[in-house]
Design a protein around this ligand. Structure first.
Ligand SMILES: [Zn+2]
Length: 296
């Protein structure tokens, strides 16, 4: 194995853009500090809705070329964050975006939702055993907001963490490795409520006319479940730039404080990113670093 930095962080996401929206500041921070940051994206996001009118022809019901286009958007976003190790689960196009819950695309052959769990997890086990991360970041069991690909990304990440540590599992995929800490992406409810209150006061200064509501934000949870917060303020410009790179999916204001998805509903762009530790011991009562207490 080639020599890797002492601190190694793995993030597992469903579609290109999820990483920048959820963890953009965290990824930029650890990359800047010299940690090895690995992103595994499970689908190409082929079923996304396209915001710019001049790119509407890429849509799945037209040319169906959104997937390859989003490979390029993700690469541009990773450049903004300084992340060089980004991969697609099983290779680009191995698993297709399953669309929203209940859509007929859920059951289509090749959809991520219809994937065999252990087979999908084995692709990730190979990455875990190669990179040997101390920290894994993924979604909560609901995928943050119930999207099938987000739920499946959670299941695959958790299953891969289990299988990667299992000595009897697929030694052809590398030496067993136990991930010390697993985090789920979260946002504390009071913070979200406060940011939406402030957004309501400044909405006139944005290009958007209607704001989203708290329930539109993935991963919102009771404040007491939050174990960890990453102060991403020094990196929030990079996060905003990475989100802008996903131009078919995200519209970010010039000042980088507000964004909207294809529904055109304004949302606050978080400069502090929050996590719930679900495996491993917290390094302190309110962690400020995902690697706190890790034996690097
Ligand atoms: Zn997504």
């Amino acid at each position: 194995m080639t020599e890797l930095p002492a601190r190694r962080l793995l993030l597992v996401h469903a579609h290109p853009d999820d990483e920048s929206i959820n963890n953009g500041a965290t990824m930029a921070k650890y990359a800047a500090e010299g940690a090895h940051v690995t992103l595994v994206t499970c689908t190409l996001g082929e079923e996304g809705e396209v915001i710019p009118a001049d790119l509407a022809h890429l849509a799945p019901d037209r040319e169906d070329l959104l997937g390859p286009h989003r490979i390029g958007e993700l690469a541009a976003a990773m450049k903004e964050l300084g992340v060089t190790d980004h991969r697609f689960l099983g290779g680009p196009g191995r698993y297709r975006d399953s669309g929203m819950m209940g859509a007929e695309q859920n059951e289509r052959p090749g959809s991520f939702w219809s994937a065999d769990l252990d087979e999908a997890a084995a692709h990730l086990v190979a990455v875990v055993r190669e990179i040997r991360p101390q920290v894994l970041v993924t979604y909560d069991p609901d995928g943050g907001y119930g999207h099938p690909d987000h739920i499946q990304a959670h299941r695959v990440a958790q299953r891969a963490a289990e299988l990667a540590a299992e000595p009897a599992f697929r030694r052809d995929l590398g030496e067993p490795h136990t991930i010390e800490k697993i985090y789920w992406n979260r946002v504390p409810r009071t913070v979200v409520e406060d940011r939406f209150r402030r957004l309501a006061e400044t909405l006139d200064a944005t290009p958007f006319t209607v704001a989203a509501v708290v329930a539109d934000v993935p991963g919102v949870t009771d404040d007491e479940r939050i174990t960890t917060e990453i102060d991403g303020r020094p990196y929030v410009d990079r996060k905003a730039a990475a989100m802008r790179a996903h131009a078919t999916q995200v519209d970010v204001t010039a000042d980088g404080t507000v964004f909207a998805l294809s529904n055109d509903l304004a949302q606050p762009l978080f400069d502090i990113e929050y996590y719930e530790l679900v495996r491993g011991e917290p390094g302190s009562a309110r962690e400020k670093d995902l690697f706190e207490g890790v034996n690097a």
